[in-house]
Design a protein around this ligand. Structure first.
Ligand SMILES: [Zn+2]
Length: 308
């Protein structure tokens, strides 16, 4: 089973997208304990090797992955991993490391929506669909708007303009650093972690033409090579859901020499049914305590398959 994480920490303290928090340091610690007890927790290099060989497994195996390159992945998650002697893949968005105070589109949507409390948000592209935002429904509105942005929205700039006009202004730079810087990324590599490509600017790849997709992957991998001196063989598609990448994306990744690519649409990977350019990943429910995390793992084991 390949587990995916985003931010690690206490979401209550965050004025950006709180829904992108997977768990806090204690939750991660408990989940790693459970994963180690119920499966072989692999190093990224071992996982890449197994994938290349079509997953010859005798026992369930797991891999941990962290997407986007958040600063808390370095400051909070890395010490927990090291305390367990564990390693993980960190899929970095290179433009975010180039500008670590940058506010991503999902953080921007969450921040601006919270600024609209007491107002009515209307998005022209969504047939003028409107949301009246108050203290009680603000998180539900954020969920709706994020789903709309990932789903039917095509004019991303127009969507953001409508939201900014309701919020009375935009946000281009966070007051605190959101993402890792390159010094921290170099330390990740030095401390035995795996690093992979997660695009340069985190677009929804399926919305770009072939040249645009290729540019995202080529440039991102070149920046990782320049800054870290590594040639990345692994890719995680930005967003990673079924509609966020296409067969063209997979073909480009293969042509560029990537050895594998991870999606984020749920499910386990089984020998004989493995697509190395659509390796499935799952997440524990947000802030799941030990009992719930254990039950998630037990359900996976009950499937009767030797999974990865
Ligand atoms: Zn991402």
């Amino acid at each position: 089973m390949v587990f995916n994480y985003h931010r690690i920490g206490n979401c209550q303290d965050c004025f950006l997208d709180q829904q992108v928090y997977s768990t806090d340091a204690d939750g991660l610690d408990q989940q790693i304990r459970i994963v180690k007890r119920m499966s072989d927790l692999l190093h990224p290099k071992e996982a890449m090797d197994l994938i290349a060989r079509g997953l010859p497994l005798k026992r369930p195996a797991s891999l941990l992955t962290f997407d986007d390159g958040y600063h808390d992945n370095f400051s909070v998650a890395l010490p927990v991993l090291e305390a367990h002697g564990a390693s993980a893949f960190f899929f970095l968005v290179t433009d975010y490391l180039d500008h670590p105070f940058q506010v991503s589109w999902w953080d921007k949507i969450a921040f601006l929506t919270r600024r609209c409390i007491g107002k009515r948000i209307q998005i022209r592209e969504l047939q003028h669909q409107a949301w009246s935002v108050d203290e009680r429904n603000v998180n539900a509105v954020i969920t709706d708007l994020l789903a709309a942005y990932r789903g039917p929205v095509r004019d991303e700039a127009g969507f953001m303009r409508d939201l900014e006009s309701c919020a009375g202004g935009g946000i281009d730079r966070a007051p605190q650093r959101v993402f890792m810087d390159w010094t921290e990324a170099r330390a990740l590599v030095r401390r035995g972690m795996g690093v992979g490509v997660h695009s340069h600017t985190h677009p929804i790849m399926s919305r770009l033409d072939e040249e645009g997709q290729r540019r995202e992957l080529v440039h991102s991998r070149a920046r990782l090579d320049q800054e870290l001196g590594i040639e990345c063989g692994a890719l995680a598609y930005p967003v990673g859901t079924r509609c966020a990448f296409t067969e063209t994306t997979k073909r480009i990744a293969r042509e560029l020499g990537f050895r594998c690519a991870f999606s984020y649409a749920g499910g386990a990977n089984e020998a004989g049914a493995l697509d190395p350019f659509d390796i499935k990943r799952v997440a524990f429910p947000s802030y799941a305590g030990p009992a719930r995390s254990r039950s998630v793992m037990s359900m996976m084991r009950l499937s009767g398959q030797v999974w990865f």
